[in-house]
Design a protein around this ligand. Structure first.
Ligand code: ADP
Ligand code: 5GP
Length: 191
């Protein structure tokens, strides 16, 4: 038995959240991954309903009006939101869940769900972050600039998370993340 804990992962764009989550899910296949809605266009290789639900702005606003999101934010010029129902159901089914959202969205989740566990992924430094964004070849120059500008402000939120993991060595960071998830979702013993 595991505890149905909600893990909230945040980091500056390019720090390696998606890569880490992909690797963790192969080790912990029961972990429920919250697929967000976004109005940004898909990147090369991204798959509808696997990476995101890609929706237009009208549909996104309709979902806000229907209270369809646990939280939503405008990030780097597009809208992103966490559909509430899949998370609610997964937690009710006793599953541990993980979501990859920006720092402002994470603050909303912490306010709404006391028991949520925040994990902040740190890049080794801003120079490496820039290299990773460029090597990913998925964003325009304009988008990379916005992401780097926002990174400095996002790093100031790190102290508000329960755990910080530096993603320098990928294997080591993956192992640390798996350890945190396992430790926090271990059942507490009955007295
Ligand atoms: P995020 O989801 O946080 O925006 P990604 O997971 O897309 O970031 O990672 C950004 C880029 O950095 C990708 O090209 C990925 O392969 C690479 N990357 C991730 N972690 C590491 C690491 N520890 N060492 C080197 N490259 C990495
Ligand atoms: P990307 O465009 O690189 O996939 O994501 C950009 C940023 O949006 C990242 O910081 C990512 O964590 C965040 N994000 C993705 N989904 C959501 C969501 O549902 N809500 C919020 N608030 N941020 C999200």
């Amino acid at each position: 038995m595991i505890k149905p804990v909600l893990f909230v992962l945040s980091a500056p764009s390019g720090a390696g959240k998606s890569t880490l989550i992909r690797r963790v899910r192969t080790t912990l296949p029961d972990l429920f991954y919250s697929i967000s809605c976004t109005t940004r266009p898909p990147r090369k290789g991204e798959v509808e309903a696997v990476d995101y639900y890609f929706v237009d702005k009208t549909r996104f606003i309709e979902m806000i009006g229907n209270d369809g999101f646990l939280e939503w934010k405008e990030v780097h010029g597009a809208m992103y939101g966490t559909p509430v129902e899949p998370i609610r159901k997964a937690l009710q089914d006793g599953r541990r869940c993980i979501m990859d959202i920006d720092v402002n969205g994470a603050m909303d989740v912490f306010r709404k769900i006391d028991e949520a566990i925040g994990i902040f992924i740190m890049p080794p430094d801003l120079r490496v972050l820039e290299q990773r964004l460029r090597l990913r070849c998925s964003d325009t120059e304009e988008s990379i600039k916005i992401r780097l500008q926002n990174a400095k402000r996002e790093l100031e939120f790190a102290a508000l998370f329960h755990y910080k993991i530096v993603n320098a060595d990928l294997l080591r960071a993956t192992t640390e993340l798996i350890e945190v998830i396992r430790r926090e979702s271990e059942p507490t013993g009955n007295i």
